[in-house]
Design a protein around this ligand. Structure first.
Ligand code: SF4
Length: 223
């Protein structure tokens, strides 16, 4: 591996993204929430990498285990589910420094799952132990939401993520709004709150144009 490629590994900014935006069918009802604005933004950011040799990111991912690690998580969720996850859909994004996350799958909630809402507060309050996440049958799923958020954060840190695009109004991923005790209110989901607390900038599909410009990326030496 060339030193320039090692530099690339160190400096290429990864961006975390709610996996349901990337055609992964991981929502509670087994649907995706593909979003062309988000995918367009990610494609623009990836353009700078297009001059790299086609196998460069495969080698980067092989070194870091990013692809294998994520596929294992998504495949485990698929194995438990009645529905098929389109995990092939995430492959092109993995190769361009995009880290798909689904905190609810990471937390072991599986597919399909009962939808859930925040109760008594938002994600920050859940992190502080002052609020809970209840599914619509009344079951307390706070632990699974916290576990998924922590795993998403661990993956984000391992891959140098500084920015995330997350699904608005989700109890995990909501950036500006969430459902709390049956009402749509201002607040953040559990994972969005944890990311924000840990210094990862969070954006939703509704303010994706405000994403900061990517820092310069290191290109492989042409020789
Ligand atoms: S937890 Fe986030 S990524 Fe997973 S389905 Fe819900 S909004 Fe999408």
């Amino acid at each position: 591996m060339t030193s320039a490629l090692l530099d690339l590994i160190a400096t290429a900014p990864a961006i975390a993204c709610s996996a349901c935006f990337l055609q992964v069918r991981c929502r509670y009802d087994g649907a995706a929430k593909a979003n062309t604005r988000v995918q367009g933004e990610l494609a623009q950011r990836a353009e700078r990498l297009d001059n790299l040799p086609s196998d460069a990111f495969e080698r980067v991912d092989a070194v870091h285990g990013r692809e294998r690690e994520l596929w294992e998580i998504f495949e485990a969720a698929q194995a438990k589910a009645d529905l098929q996850l389109d995990i092939e859909a995430i492959h092109p994004f993995l190769l361009r420094g995009v880290l798909p996350i689904c905190p609810e799958l990471f937390g072991g909630l599986g597919l399909p799952r009962t939808p859930a809402d925040l109760s008594l507060g938002d994600g920050h309050d859940v992190l502080a132990g002052k609020a809970r996440v209840l599914d619509r049958s009344g079951a307390d799923v706070t632990h699974a939401f916290l576990k998924g958020a922590q795993l998403a954060l661990a993956l984000a840190r391992a891959h140098g993520v500084r920015v995330a695009i997350l699904k608005e109004r989700s109890p995990s991923c909501g950036v500006h709004q969430i459902h709390r005790d049956g009402a749509l209110v201002e607040g953040q989901g559990v994972t969005a709150a944890l990311f924000a607390r840990e210094g990862i900038e969070v954006f939703s599909e509704e303010d994706v144009e405000a994403l900061p410009c990517s820092p310069p990326r290191v290109r492989r030496d042409p020789s």
